[in-house]
Write a protein that binds this ligand. Sequence first.
Ligand SMILES: [Zn+2]
Length: 154
Amino acid sequence: MDNYIQQYEKFVKEIVAKSYPELEGRKIIVIEKEAKYRAKASYTLNGLQITMTYKLRKFPRKVKKRIITHELSHMVDFVKDGWLKTNLGFYRYLLFPNVRHDCERRVNIREIERGYGNYILDVIKENKKRKLQHLYPLTEKEVKRLIKKHGVRR
Ligand SMILES: [Zn+2]
């Protein structure tokens, strides 16, 4: 178990240092769990936490990094909003699809602004293959336009 957590923690460190100055110096706990979802960001009483499910262990490195980049982007909102607002907001996120849509859209756009537009395009391609693109909060056209504006980190 330890080396997976270590790998995830290494990705967290790298990505925060490169792209999320708001999270610099914050303790971010990574745990593993069995769950239906793939990964989740939360603001617990112990602090910021990323939950990675066991099924992610066999995913390619690139996908793991992509998932962590996304969860860290959620955390930029968490630290801006603070613990209470984040946790109250979580129920609204679960209950209301439009709240969820707006939140995911904001988080994805932030990823593109920070240079991870290629990750977002990969997700869109995968969703297309699985005929799930209607579930995604951004269209391919929008993403490509934003990438043109913000560039892509190599
Ligand atoms: Zn998300």
